[in-house]
Design a protein around this ligand. Structure first.
Ligand SMILES: *Cc1c(COP(=O)(O)O)cnc(C)c1O
Length: 226
């Protein structure tokens, strides 16, 4: 199947999931996760109308950005943050989805202040409690948000999570619901906290039904990664 057909299906499924839950599909930003695919594939997706692309490695993001400079792409950094690589993605990315440690805030602040940029970030949360997962726990979110508020060049716009990979996405609905509830609760004290980055190829419809405003989808658009 070609990217065009895959994308059409994904867009229809996003629309259907939004309508099922009484939401406007326009309130959901599709971030096409282009990791492991070459710049030409990004170009193809761009020609089909996509504008938001996500990468999980700083070096790969930088290389694709250089190759695709002429396109008006909004880049998202979605991967594990290595503090020595922050300098690569801060000038390029408009959004960072995966911030959860203080040293990451420190480094983003340092790099963003140098170019007078305000970096929009999501705080990554580990809702499922899996040991291997990045992200902060529910009992840490309030103090982390308080901490993040002190950085002049960082704006926390929302929360992000990755659900465990399961066959039936209904099994992880609770994860998305929980993230939404935390957002609702926290936004009373932190009104900039509006967005929910949740849902991938395997579970984006359930995530949308639970309130996702950004979905990060790779495989369902581009096919399996090698
Ligand atoms: C790879 C990746 C995705 C996309 O995964 P698919 O299952 O291919 O849709 C989403 N979010 C993050 C953080 C990723 O690393």
């Amino acid at each position: 199947m070609r990217v065009r057909e895959r994308l059409e299906r994904v867009l229809r499924r996003i629309e259907d999931a939004a309508k099922r839950s009484g939401r406007d599909p326009k309130d959901i930003t599709l971030v096409a996760v282009s990791k492991n695919f070459p710049a030409e594939v990004v170009k193809e997706a761009y020609s089909l109308g996509l504008r938001n692309f996500g990468e999980n490695r700083a070096q790969e993001l930088k290389e694709k950005f250089e190759e695709l400079k002429d396109l008006s792409i909004t880049w998202h950094f979605i991967g594990r943050i290595q503090t020595n690589k922050v300098k690569y993605f801060v000038p390029i990315a408009e959004y960072v989805h995966s911030v959860w440690r203080k040293e990451e805030l420190d480094e983003i602040e340092k790099r963003a202040s140098k170019i007078d940029k305000i970096m929009k970030i999501f705080i990554e949360m580990n809702i499922s409690g899996e040991e291997s997962k990045a992200g902060i726990r529910e009992d840490e979110i309030s103090s982390f948000l308080k901490l993040a508020k002190g950085y002049k060049h960082i704006e926390v716009i929302g929360l992000m999570t990755m659900a465990p990979f399961v066959k039936d996405p209904e099994e992880v609905r609770w994860v998305f619901k929980k993230l939404r509830e935390i957002r609702d609760e926290m936004s009373k004290d932190f009104p900039s906290l509006k967005e929910l980055s949740m849902g991938m190829s395997n579970d984006f419809e359930v995530a949308i039904e639970e309130g996702a405003t950004f979905v990060r989808i790779g495989t369902a658009i581009f096919g399996p990664r090698t």
